[in-house]
Design a binder for this molecule. Structure first.
Ligand code: NI
Length: 231
């Protein structure tokens, strides 16, 4: 059995050998990184009062938007050792929509229905630290376009409120971005990141009381855990 100091010495020698044998790690100019993982959209919504053509604004009402998690994909192209351009994409997110405050007006509806959306975002990223560092945090700003589709009203919204034709307007806004890449070797990267997106929409549908509408600021935090491959 080796002595403790002998064990430590051979361990150190091994570590030094491993370090010198490994190819140089670097995220640097010209790299293309493709990351695949899970993306959670966590809404931080605030809404105007719900209004109808007949009644005007209904005090005490609000619209709420639920969370969703989907597979996500993002691409980063390193324009220089420190500046990258990133494109974010995902499979469509589905969010439940609900309404609060209608009970005081004699309605029992709380579930409004659901909508799907895609929030493609292009960001400029600044990577901190030297290219030799295996851990590279980054931050950036971007522009987001969110398109809503497959809006559908709940049974109670259709029967009790006489609802039809739910629509959420598309949104164009800014995004802020931060994350960290951890290079496992010259090819594989672990990534954790988040994004805050300014998504504002007008939600409306037809009803027995005319057009029902509310402005909803969804403004979600988007969290991503992903595995990256560097080309
Ligand atoms: Ni907003």
């Amino acid at each position: 059995m080796k002595s403790f100091s002998g064990f430590v010495t051979s361990g150190l020698v091994g570590a030094v050998f491993l370090a010198t044998a490994m190819p140089a790690l670097a995220i640097e100019k010209g790299d293309l990184i493709v990351r695949v993982g899970f993306t959670t959209v966590s809404t931080e919504e605030s809404s105007s009062l719900v209004s109808t053509t007949v009644t005007g604004a209904l005090n005490g009402t609000a619209v709420h938007v639920g969370n969703d998690t989907q597979p996500g994909l993002n691409l980063v192209y390193m324009h220089s050792d420190n500046i990258g351009v990133e494109v974010l994409a995902a499979t469509p997110f589905k969010h439940d929509l609900s309404v609060s405050g209608l009970s005081q007006y004699g309605f029992s509806t709380t579930d409004l229905g659901s909508t799907k959306h895609l929030p493609p975002t292009i960001s400029a990223l600044y990577y901190f630290g030297p290219t030799s560092s295996p851990i590279r945090p980054y931050a950036g700003v971007g522009v987001n376009y969110t398109t809503f589709f497959s809006e559908s009203l709940s049974t109670s919204a259709r029967t009790e409120l006489g609802g039809s034709r739910l629509k959420l307007d598309d949104s164009f806004g800014l995004a802020v971005r931060a994350g960290v890449d951890w290079e496992l070797n010259d090819t594989w990267i672990l990534n954790a990141s988040f994004l805050r997106i300014d998504i504002d929409t007008d939600a409306s549908f037809n009803s027995a009381l005319g057009i029902v509408q509310a402005k909803v600021d969804i403004d979600p935090f988007v969290y991503m855990m992903s595995v990256g491959y560097k080309f």
